[in-house]
Design a binder for this molecule. Structure first.
Ligand code: ATP
Length: 503
């Protein structure tokens, strides 16, 4: 939960939410039944955009690195997995209710927001002291202390404005379901709260079958589920979401270097995709998770403030050792590289892990927030001059749902047939649409709203010399070119290579 957005901030998020719905990007789940809180569906344009983001991440991990391979593990896992990982005992959020508004909050977030207020008001020392005190209380699991802190800091409910709070209690975020149809005493099966454990339990399977040598990584994209206490801000905090995680296994002692390497690499990825450097920042964790040696978030400046889109964690050998202990199966690697200090092979060890974990939905939200543009256009000159508003999605062409729209200028004289011919000649390469309804201006507008980078117009001249005009979404400029040049022109603009070259 985060601070209630101010009217100006929420107006912008509101516009994006409305846009996402109207143009087929994101719908509330089961909307006809008034929706299910914090669960969303992706529409025809949304699924294309999200798939492009996921494919870009996947290739950036597996295709660009000879030492990173992928897996696709099941959502259900043997329940002991979650005991070993610490999630059964420790994947909790401290919650607190306000007795007047009946609203529920994360107690830690209430305190963190107070600390942020001090910082904003020019008293960072007080903010830092408060955060440190919160960290201490949470580490000691002193929930009464957290409540006292909320009272001492005079933190009130943003809805009721009162400080009538319940006690703070721990709430486990894992969803569970009946594991066995025959044995009602069987332990529950959890819906995985992160994809990482599917990677850890397959560490040796992958290492052996793919003959990987340390350092190497395993990447995975998949659904994760968390029963978030306060779920809002659209697809920022969902109960069912998708993670793109890569666990990088390294020799103990080298984790610091790899942590720095991946931290920088992951930030470059977001910048290469078009998130501006000034809207990205690193935020070191004040309170480290039970497994972490070091942890940093990459935050993006959403309309509701800087928030995490990705976490980079140095997880030590925590996970593999835990699984080794509980399963009684060795999770070791034999490193036959020579240790220069001894001249002998490094030998057997449990590898250390550096994790990069980004939410596909949060990346989607950041991408669409950044792409959402409104501009005033002036047309004509002198007396005839008019101005109008234009809304468009300035998506990186590599992730745009549709790469080009083909417009026959009129629905006769062989133009529709020519448009179809162009469509057929390019459809193996790009996702395209043909649009023949309404005036050209309206058709441009429709494509702008979903971020299509190019609009190709088939006109009278096309029938004579096989040239078309290509209109650029961002500059609105039109260029005439031969039909035979389209594949190269569009292909260059939408190619993943343009993103990869910046990594
Ligand atoms: P937060 O502090 O915002 O709850 P977290 O630190 O618990 O996030 P991690 O466990 O590090 O998140 O998960 C890695 C990534 O998964 C996050 O950076 C985020 O992009 C994504 N993620 C986590 N929880 C959610 C959620 N409820 N909805 C959407 N994405 C999520």
């Amino acid at each position: 939960m985060s601070k209630p957005t101010t009217p100006a901030e929420s107006a912008q998020l509101k516009d994006i939410v409305a846009h996402a719905k109207e143009y087929g990007f994101v719908f509330q789940s089961s909307e006809i039944y008034d929706g299910l809180a914090a669960v969303y569906d992706y529409g025809p344009n949304g699924v294309e955009l999200k798939n492009n983001l996921k494919r870009l991440w996947w290739e950036a991990m597996t295709q660009l690195h000879g030492n990173v391979v992928g897996i696709d593990a099941a959502i259900f896992m043997e329940p002991r997995t979650w005991e070993a990982s610490g999630h059964v005992a420790g994947f909790n959020d401290p919650l607190i209710d306000n007795l007047d508004s009946k609203k529920r909050y994360r107690a830690d977030v209430l305190v963190e927001e107070k600390a942020a207020e001090y910082e904003k008001a020019g008293d960072p020392a007080r903010g830092a002291a408060l955060t440190a005190e919160l960290g201490r209380l949470l580490t000691e699991n002193d929930l009464a202390g957290v409540k006292q802190l909320i009272i001492d800091e005079k933190i009130t409910c943003p809805i009721s404005g009162t400080a009538k709070w319940t006690d703070v209690r721990q709430f486990n975020l894992m969803f569970s379901t009946q594991g066995s149809a025959v044995d009602s005493d069987a332990p529950p099966v959890y819906l995985r709260p992160e994809t990482a454990q599917g990677i850890f339990v397959n560490f040796l399977n992958v290492q052996k079958s793919a003959r990987m040598k340390i350092p190497f990584g395993i990447a995975q994209i998949g659904k994760a589920f968390r029963n978030e206490i306060v779920a809002r801000q659209f697809i920022f905090r969902m109960r069912e979401f998708e993670q793109m995680e890569m666990q990088f296994f390294v020799r103990p002692g080298t984790e610091g270097e790899w942590y720095d390497t991946w931290k920088a690499a992951r930030r470059r990825f977001h910048e290469a995709l078009g998130l501006p450097a000034e809207k990205l920042r690193f935020h070191d964790h004040d309170k480290l998770a039970h497994y972490a040696k070091a942890a940093v978030d990459i935050e993006f400046e959403f309309p509701f403030g800087f928030k995490e889109i990705e976490g980079i964690h140095s997880r030590s050998d925590f996970d593999l050792t835990q699984h080794q202990n509980l399963s009684r199966k060795k999770q070791q690697y034999f490193d036959n590289d020579l240790d220069p200090a001894t001249g002998k092979p490094y030998g057997n060890y449990v590898p250390y892990v550096v994790e990069t974990s980004v939410g596909a939905d949060r990346l989607f939200l950041a991408t669409i927030c950044q792409a959402f543009q409104e501009e005033t256009i002036t047309e004509g000159e002198g007396e005839a001059q008019t101005t109008k508003q234009r809304t468009f999605l300035k998506l990186h062409p590599a992730v745009a749902p549709i790469k080009a729209a083909i417009f026959p200028l009129v629905r006769k004289d062989g133009m529709p047939e020519k448009a179809q011919e162009i469509f057929d000649s390019l459809r193996f390469d790009f996702r395209l649409v043909i649009e023949d309804k309404d005036a050209i201006g309206k058709r441009y507008t429709r494509q702008d709203l979903i971020g299509t980078p190019f609009c190709i117009v088939v006109d009278g001249q096309t029938l004579e010399d096989d040239t078309v005009t290509v209109r650029d979404r961002d500059t609105r400029e039109q260029t005439r070119m031969p039909i035979s040049a389209l594949r190269g022109y569009i292909g260059e603009a939408v190619s993943f290579r343009r993103v990869f070259e910046k990594l």
